[in-house]
Ligand binder design. Structure first.
Ligand code: URA
Length: 269
């Protein structure tokens, strides 16, 4: 019989320390693992590598073919609903088969003047099927509200399945999802993009600099397939702000800079 009070105390201790994300969906018995390791030393048993996940085990798809297929499927989607269905049906992103429960595409207004692009879904997003619904998302919503942007944003990510253990998505995973992201931007047709976090800014802008050097500076984003160009502003990720509250000031400056440009009257030619 497990000691519930001891377990609760341990959980409270970790929550207090800022540990709010489980490494894996199922609990890991480290004591049993140790015993297993001892046994394995005596008699090593080969463990075949196979993908896990609700959608069934399958081999990793060929990257170039997957990108080509994503482009075709994305281009065929005539509205955001069709695009969401195309993403859910797409088997070309390896993340889909690494434990993700479902595809996580977007939330917000279909005709928003601002598209916000995060890195990738976390555990809460994976469970609820919408981006930025966990603690970081709640902070993002508060920042959006404080900037007067509620009801004026469309929120999505660089990848549409949760990376295992909430790791940062790889450039290959982002590349395979990129045609869908670009099509989403094209369908929403916003005035500008807000890129939250280094993995988002680097992937969307194709740059190598760190987020601390890119944040608060305007870049020009050009859609590969559409040729659409838009101003894009990188800023700090709300998950980073939860860990480093002192950095909120910088993120706030970025948001002010963005709203000033978003609401600037367009001068007649
Ligand atoms: N972090 C992200 O980058 N995206 C989400 O959807 C949630 C957390």
């Amino acid at each position: 019989m497990p000691d519930i009070r001891a377990a609760e105390a341990a959980l409270a201790f970790w929550a207090e320390a800022g540990v709010d994300t489980a490494y894996a969906d199922a609990p890991i018995d480290r004591l049993a693992e140790g015993a297993e390791r001892l046994k394995a030393k005596v008699q090593p048993a080969p463990r075949p590598l196979k993908p896990t996940g609700g959608a069934g085990a399958r081999a990793a798809p060929d990257h170039a073919a997957a990108v080509a297929e994503a482009k075709v499927r994305a281009a065929a989607a005539q509205d955001l609903e069709a695009l969401a269905a195309a993403i859910a049906a797409f088997d070309g992103c390896p993340l889909k088969f690494e434990g993700a429960k479902q595809a996580v595409f977007s939330r917000g207004e279909a005709d928003a003047p601002l598209v916000i692009i995060g890195e990738g879904p976390g555990g809460d997003e994976d469970a609820q099927g919408a981006p930025f619904v966990g603690r970081a998302g709640q902070l993002l919503d508060r920042m959006i509200a404080a900037a007067g942007l509620t009801g004026r944003v469309f929120i999505t990510n660089t990848v549409f399945w949760r990376p295992p253990g909430n790791r940062i998505p790889t450039p290959a995973e982002q590349a395979v999802c990129q045609p869908f992201l670009e099509r989403a931007i094209q369908l929403v047709d916003p005035k500008m993009l807000l890129l939250v976090g280094g993995a988002s800014a680097k992937s969307v802008l194709g740059r190598e600099e760190g987020i601390l050097s890119m944040r608060g500076r305007w870049f020009e984003w050009t859609g590969e397939a559409s040729g659409l160009t838009l101003p894009a502003l990188p800023t700090l990720h709300p998950a980073f702000l939860l860990r480093q509250p002192a950095a909120k000031k910088k993120a706030w400056q970025d948001l002010l800079m963005l709203t000033e440009r978003l609401d600037r009257p367009v001068r007649p030619e």
